[in-house]
Design a protein around this ligand. Structure first.
Ligand SMILES: *Cc1c(COP(=O)(O)O)cnc(C)c1O
Length: 424
């Protein structure tokens, strides 16, 4: 479908209606950044909103809580509503809060209410380890044996999950389901609408980790009637290292009590009454625990402005085109060197990154870095490459694959050590 020439890549860039967004980001023209799914690049818009927050701290001190523009006191709620539009949430269903793993703990504290009949949690064996640690710690804390109560859907090929099999595992003793929107390693996108419906038909609640799908694919959380969800801000959403995460609470559950209360979850207009009984705010804001991390939230505002301008439909369309293009280049130029694409080719099942698999991935990844590509290695054999529709050009995709081809032809990777580094 695509021509395999450099001229063609340049033509795709000229015809790309999102091409101007690239100028809004800080890119190092000497490198090809393929790691926006792990840490999104900084935009000028995000820089501006961080600087505004710093300036307000400098000039207003404590008065920024009400005198900031917008007031700091309402910032997490405001940003939450802005973020909510991107994931298909209604008013007050999203709050910007804490980190992904903490938001998972909050969800477990609210939605995991085991009884004699239903006490098991259904997960999958491919989800991010932190999610497994969190769930096991909840089970242990309640005196429930994880060996008995944690049911894991297995993967036949070690890369992807089968929705039919997930649904078959939705048995009568399952209380809660926790699944990723997009699998962090292979990039498989799960059909969350279908899974949610199947779970609800069986009286099971659902919770989704959208760390690799928020900002990459389109979600309709309210329409699908998802119970609870959470995601990273620093990946696709370019909220900066350690940037604050998001969480979604379906409005059907606004009366449900959090198991991890704190004073920033108090009804907003009465929080400073300082009474000793907790009155939870209505909405996702009621799940906040402590003082919002304003400095790590401010970049999200600028970043979300860009997302609003570009629109999730156009971003998804370009992301699919870019990953299609990358996969075709891999087939044409790299498959003869033992590379395999681990990401589903079907658009309905593909997230925003491509998993390039090779038995020598550790060393090839090192050689790529030496040649100025910034990839992302996942032990033992996956190199993740994410063309970000806001700032990755088709020409960069073309060049990245061409450089990998050169690395293989010249066997440049052979000089590197086979052991991996600590952060990988
Ligand atoms: C990145 C990621 C996390 C990270 O959690 P933090 O609390 O932000 O460190 C968790 N789950 C998934 C699926 C991820 O991809």
């Amino acid at each position: 479908m695509y021509e395999m020439t450099e001229e063609y890549a340049l033509k795709l860039d000229r015809e790309d209606e999102l091409r101007n967004f690239r100028d809004r980001f800080y890119l190092d023209e000497k490198t090809i950044y393929m790691d926006g799914n792990s840490l999104g690049l900084m935009s000028k818009d995000a820089e501006k909103t961080i600087h505004r927050m710093l300036e307000e701290w400098k000039t207003l001190g404590i008065n920024g809580w009400m005198g900031g523009e917008p007031p700091w006191y309402f910032y997490a709620e405001q940003l939450g509503n802005k973020m909510g539009k991107l994931v298909g949430a209604e008013e007050d269903e999203v709050i910007i809060h804490s980190s992904t793993t903490v938001n998972l703990h909050i969800g477990l504290s609210m939605f995991y209410r085991p009884d004699d009949k239903r006490y098991k949690i259904l997960m999958d064996e491919l989800n991010f380890p932190s999610d497994h640690y969190a769930v096991k710690s909840h089970l242990a804390m309640r005196g429930i044996d994880p060996e008995d109560a944690l049911v894991l859907v297995t993967s036949e090929d070690g890369k992807t999950l089968d929705e039919n099999e997930i649904i078959e595992n939705m048995k009568e003793d399952i209380a809660l389901i926790l699944l990723p929107g997009v699998l962090y390693r292979s990039g498989q996108l799960l059909d969350l609408e279908r899974l949610t419906r199947a779970a609800h038909e069986r009286g099971i609640l659902v919770m989704y980790d959208l760390s690799h799908s928020a900002g990459a694919v389109k979600h309709e959380l309210s329409k699908w009637d998802v119970d609870y969800a959470f995601w990273c801000g620093y990946k696709y959403l370019s909220n900066g290292p350690g940037g604050v995460a998001g969480l979604y609470l379906n409005k059907r559950h606004f009366q449900r009590k959090t198991g991890l209360a704190g004073w920033f979850g108090y009804q907003k207009d009465r929080q400073f009454d300082m009474v000793l009984n907790f009155n939870q705010a209505e909405g996702a804001g009621g799940l906040q625990i402590g003082t919002p991390h304003l400095l790590s939230m401010a970049p999200l505002e600028g970043s979300l402005n860009i997302y609003e301008e570009a629109g999730m439909d156009r971003l998804r369309e370009k992301s699919l085109k870019a990953t299609d293009y990358m996969i075709e280049l891999i087939d044409a130029k790299l498959s003869q060197y033992g590379f395999v694409v681990g990401t589903p080719r079907d658009h309905q099942r593909r997230g925003g990154h491509v998993a390039l698999e090779h038995e020598d991935a550790v060393r090839i990844n090192e050689a790529m870095k030496e040649r100025g590509i910034i990839p992302d290695f996942r032990y033992p054999n996956v190199i993740r490459m994410a063309p970000i529709p806001l700032y990755t050009s088709y020409h960069e995709i073309y060049r990245a694959i061409e450089i990998i081809e050169e690395i293989m032809v010249r066997q440049e990777y052979k000089k590197f050590n086979k052991t991996r580094s600590v952060v990988a």
